[in-house]
Design a protein around this ligand. Sequence first.
Ligand code: SDX
Length: 431
Amino acid sequence: MTETKKTAQLTLDGNTYDVPVLSPTAGPDVLDIRKLYGQANVFTYDPGYTSTASCDSTITFIDGDKGELLHRGYPIDQLAEKSHYLEVCYLLLYGELPTATQLEDFEARVTMHTMLHEQMTYFYRGFRRDAHPMAVMVGVVGAMSAFYHDSTDISDPWQREVASIRLIAKMPTIAAWAYKYHIGQPFVYPRNDLDYASNFLRMCFSVPADEYEVNPILSRAMDRIFTLHADHEQNASTSTVRLASSSGANPFACIAAGIACLWGPAHGGANQACLEMLKEIGSVDRIPEYIARAKDKNDPFRLMGFGHRVYKNFDPRAKVMKQSADEVLDLLGVENNPILQVAKELEKQALEDPYFSEKKLFPNVDFYSGIILEAMGFPTSMFTPIFALSRTVGWISQWKEQLADPQMKIGRPRQLYLGESMRDYVDIENR
Ligand code: SDX
């Protein structure tokens, strides 16, 4: 924990309380209110945690005003261009970029854990074929605690490490099998001679009757999408994983909770909702109608893929994703993709509109990702599972960091109670 240099004063009912001020490496100072309730008998109130730091962390930093995202200090645009997903996984998990030997060892360990316990194939069969793949992923990942008992003891550093590698390694298989089950095709097993992204693409698109040749351009684009979604400070799903883990729950249960939270359209579900919105708009001449709806306080419609709690500038991931969309669609020969044209024109018109510029609403990571994923052959129902696959390393890294914190205790927020004062029970005949 950083040392305290400054102190703030809180004056309440004639009493003054010293509130220590913690100074971060980057970002705003933090008021340490841990002793405030004991000293002043008051709670702080911050629904949605717009102004609250829930923990300290060394993993990821976002400068929302500048539109910067750092993983262990390295800017996301440099990692997206020069690194690859498993190297970023190593960086997030262990804090430093790996040497060639360390990377080779890490990739080998991940490769050796991509298979699922064969009994889990029967677990999939309990779902309806039309179940949303996210429902399947929540169930299957949670069920891993019923299959991998030898990596559920969170007090054992070795078991924590094994669970981390198992989850990162198996998520592509779990997501691909959720897709295969959904479309009624047989499961395709991972191959050790393929890289992480190529393995996932092949498990999704290969069929017994027709081997799938991985296009290296697509696997590079897939790998980049994994990197862009890897971690993002204390977002809703990461906070869910931290809160679940604070009770001592096993890693598979905690990650399943994170997947469940990510599913929401305000969070990871926005990539699916965004493409569905772009398709509903359909053509550039209908954009003004939808922008008007997004601005209308009486209309619950929001521009999906737009806005962010932290970014008040362009989401740097959206910038990379937009470039990637152009590259992938060109390479796929998808000239003048109408949906991409709608997205670009929608972005242009929204950013020229004072409503969005004044509220600092910019495209976020979900605005362009769906366009690429659909062009690669994925249905919209697979967009959030791919986000969950990518974010697993972020959830795991934050989970490990919290467990290693000697100050960790169970998360238990308080409340501003506005209900009834104590009153006596009324017998039914007197009501
Ligand atoms: C992700 O936290 C993370 O880091 C998440 C994420 C990650 O990597 O983990 O980055 C991934 O979840 C990205 C966000 C994906 N969600 C969407 O694209 C859904 C659409 N966006 C919004 O629902 C919204 O912008 C949120 C949920 C993302 C952020 O909402 P906030 O921070 O709670 O902001 P808000 O709802 O208070 O909005 C502030 C104002 C409001 O207007 P006023 O009440 O002040 O007049 O901006 C308006 C909102 O109505 N607004 C929008 C809008 N987003 C906010 N108006 C129209 N369209 C939008 N998209």
